[in-house]
Every structure is written in structure tokens, then in C-alpha cells.
Design a protein around this ligand. Structure first.
Ligand code: EPU
Length: 338
């Protein structure tokens, strides 16, 4: 186990924030993970994986464990579907592309989401009408205090919109080491009704789409709206779309009849935060090296050398302005490390 000292984390977080890990260790097996967690000389441990949903704001005075455990195996299969066990360190998008090459269906709408497989359940990643929970069957996680592996069923994960057990009661207690997915081998249930997927397929004259066609449509849409973290530091949607009670919604829509919205239940509505932020005039604005993306106002970007604090200051300026103009409070989706 090699432990590095004072290592920059810039390339380990998609926001590209340049802070230092006091100590850093790459973890490529369960055994090393267990051993590293038992190292008493380093009392504080900090877990990093894809680094795609976090905003680092200061140097990490801890032993940073970079989870990079690879591998995927078939757990079981029938003629109709397959259950795969995928280790936490597999890159999410590479894994999705691999499933499409095998003609396994279920993940195509979640193409090009940054990050790794192990962190996908934490916030129940989702895009274009599909969420991780739709194909997730279970995951294994190592309990930090005992190094024991525990299996979590889908119910135990308590998934919600960008929510799970691991973001709440389980926070800081477990490290997800593998995820099991159930994918289709035939009779794939394509989900093309969300927003612009149908339009994108139509524009390419595709009437009978394959899994790969849907994935390609999603990739094209994402590339037109969302910045590539390799070119412009970002963490995807910085904010969650607010879910408001029906009385708040009625007042809001009366004042803003052109606003987009989704009905969540009989008494709750979801309003796109990107729309609210754009209406407040922030879209495409730059403040030093921190900014709001020009094609999707939900995404904050690091033009080069923004500090975590600059990004947070911009986020709070946005939160306050949205609240002032619409009387609706929006909340960060990314994990802010203070
Ligand atoms: N909108 C604007 N201005 C903007 C952005 C959006 O007016 O700057 C409007 C759009 O015109 C549309 C509505 O808001 O009417 C929704 O926009 P979009 O379909 O782009 O989706 P979103 O609600 O802004 C969510 C996810 C994205 C995911 C897309 C597609 C959250 C917080 N974000 O964004 O997830 O890709 O739907 O499914 O739920 C991520 O989590 O990192 C992420 C990118």
C-alpha cells in the first residue's frame, strides 16, 4: 500500500478544485481497503471515488482513500435478463457502453454521466426519465468501523429523487464496494418519451431505435447542454430541482404561467431550478473563475482556478436571488466538503 504525502486532488474531482490531500492512497482491492481503514496512524479517513459530485473547499487533513476497485462478473442470467455485479471503481460511462456492446438494456438513458459505479447509488443518479434504482438490485458496502461487508437490498437503500440511505442515515458509515444490476437481454423497454430524446431520434430519421441509438441520442443531447468536465470543471447539476407543495406551486404558476413543471404527486410539483436560475439572469454569467454554464443554468463551472469558496459564494448568491424573486428555496445537490 503506497501512501503519498501532500498530493493535489485537482485531477480527482471533476470540478478541478486544486486542494491537497495530506495523505493519499489508491485502493484497488477489498483487502487493501480493509487494511487502510485499520491504519491507526491516520485517524481521519476521507473517501473519494469519481469525485464527480463533490465540491472541495479546503485541503483535506486526512488519509484520502481513492476507491479504484475494478471488475465485473455475471451473477446469474436467464434468456430474458442478466444480473451483473460491478465493482465500485469501474467508470460509469465505460460500464454503460460495455452493457450496450453486449446488448444489455436498462442503462442507455444514463449514458455519459460522470463518476464511478460505486457512487451511483449514493444519490440515485438519473437522467432522461430513468434512475439508477430502476435497474439496481442490491449493493455491497464495507462498514467503516468494522470493515465487515454488508449487503443492502433496494428497499434498504431507500432511494428517492437524488436521495438514498447512503446520503442520510448511512452517511460516513459505509463505503460501497460493488453494485448489482438487473438488465434485459431481449424485449428491451426503451424509454424515449423524456424531453428531447424522441426529437433527437426523429432528426436522425430513426424510427425503430436500438439501445445504442437511444444512448447516442442521450450523448448528443448531453453534449449540447452539459460541459465536459475534462474541458471545463463542473459537477453536473449543482442544485436539485425544488419540489414544492401544491399551494406554493399554484401561487408560482399564477405569477409565471410560462414556467415548465412536473407533477410529482397530487400535492407536490417539481420546478426546474435551471429555469428559475436563468430567469434570475445568471445563465452564462462569469464571476472571476466561477460561473454558470451558458447552456444549462443548473451547472456551475470552474473556468480554471476557482477555489471551492468562490463556487460556494456564487451558489449562495444564486440561492438568495431565486428565493427573493420566486419565494422558493433551492438546495445544492453536490456534496460540499467544508
Ligand atoms: N431549463 C431552462 N434553463 C436552463 C436549464 C433548464 O429554462 O438553463 C428548463 C428547460 O427548458 C426544461 C426544464 O428546465 O424545460 C428541464 O431542463 P432539462 O431537461 O435540461 O433537465 P433539468 O431538470 O434541468 C435534470 C437533471 C439532470 C439530467 C436532466 C435530464 C436534476 C438536478 N438534474 O435536469 O441531471 O441530466 O434532468 O434528465 O435533476 C445531474 O444530476 O448532474 C444532471 C445533469
Amino acid at each position: 500500500m503506497k501512501i503519498h504525502k501532500n498530493l493535489s486532488l485537482k485531477k480527482y474531482n471533476t470540478f478541478g478544485i486544486d486542494v491537497c490531500a495530506k495523505h493519499f492512497c489508491e485502493i484497488s482491492s477489498l483487502e487493501t481497503l480493509s487494511k487502510a481503514l485499520q491504519l491507526e496512524a491516520y485517524s481521519n479517513k476521507f473517501i473519494i471515488s469519481g469525485g464527480s459530485n463533490m465540491l472541495l473547499t479546503k485541503d483535506i487533513d486526512a488519509l484520502v482513500l481513492y476507491i479504484n476497485i475494478k471488475g465485473k462478473v455475471i451473477v446469474s442470467e436467464t434468456e430474458d435478463d442478466i444480473i451483473l455485479k460491478v465493482m465500485a471503481g469501474e467508470n460509469w460511462h465505460d460500464f454503460v457502453l460495455w452493457t450496450l456492446d453486449q446488448n444489455y438494456g436498462g442503462l442507455e438513458n444514463m449514458s455519459l454521466i460522470p463518476g464511478k459505479v460505486g457512487t451511483s447509488p449514493i444519490q440515485n443518479i438519473g437522467a432522461y426519465g430513468v434512475e439508477l434504482k430502476d435497474s439496481f438490485t442490491s449493493c455491497e458496502a464495507m462498514e467503516i468501523s468494522t470493515q465487515k461487508i454488508k449487503v443492502f437490498t433496494k428497499e434498504e437503500c431507500n432511494f428517492g429523487y437524488r436521495e438514498s440511505f447512503f446520503k442520510n442515515e448511512g452517511k460516513g458509515k459505509y463505503i460501497i464496494v460493488s453494485v448489482n444490476f438487473k438488465l434485459t437481454k431481449r424485449n428491451h423497454q426503451l424509454n424515449t418519451s423524456y424531453g428531447s430524446i424522441d426529437k433527437e431520434l426523429e432528426a436522425n430519421n430513426i424510427t425503430n431505435p436500438t439501445l445504442k441509438d437511444v444512448s447516442n441520442a442521450v450523448i448528443a443531447i448531453r453534449q449540447s447542454k452539459l460541459p465536459d468536465p475534462k474541458e471545463l470543471g463542473n459537477s453536473g447539476s449543482f442544485f436539485k430541482n425544488p419540489i414544492v407543495a401544491v399551494n406554493v406551486f399554484e401561487q408560482f404558476i399564477a405569477n409565471n404561467p410560462d414556467a415548465p413543471f412536473y407533477k410529482v404527486s397530487d400535492n407536490e410539483y417539481k420546478i426546474p431550478a435551471g429555469w428559475l436560475i436563468e430567469k434570475c439572469g445568471f445563465k452564462g454569467k462569469r464571476f472571476g473563475d466561477a460561473g454558470v454554464h451558458k447552456n444549462q443554468a443548473l451547472v456551475l463551472v470552474n473556468y480554471n482556478n476557482a477555489s471551492g469558496k468562490e463556487i460556494i459564494d456564487l451558489a449562495y448568491q444564486i440561492i438568495e436571488e431565486v428565493e427573493k424573486q420566486f419565494n422558493i428555496r433551492i438546495f445544492p445537490e453536490v456534496n460540499i466538503i467544508k
